[in-house]
Design a protein. Sequence first.
Length: 126
Amino acid sequence: MAQPPGGGDPAKREEKVQALYVAFITRELQLTEEEAQKFWPVHAQYENEMKATRREMPELERQEAHLNIRKKYQERFVKILGNARTDEFYKKDNEFRRQMVERLKKLRQQRAGTGARLMMRNRQGF
């Protein structure tokens, strides 16, 4: 059966997804080593602020908070990446997140299918 990145341990899974994310963004934006050294610490601050709002707020307030955080970090990202690549970063960030959501849905469907098949086997005495 397919496992999520990092297997069953949530900390390992989060670490694996983060590594995939860094590789994806670095590759898609074609970050140089110098750009990466500047970008990723700023991105970590950005991501920490975004995560904090995901846990605490109702949906509408969360969307507004995310917009404000994006505005706050826009200038910082532009200084490192320029306007066009900053826009590309936001697109690629969304693309990666959509891909992970789709991957998670597929894994859940596979597990649900496996569970249903096992239940049917048990009912049939196999």
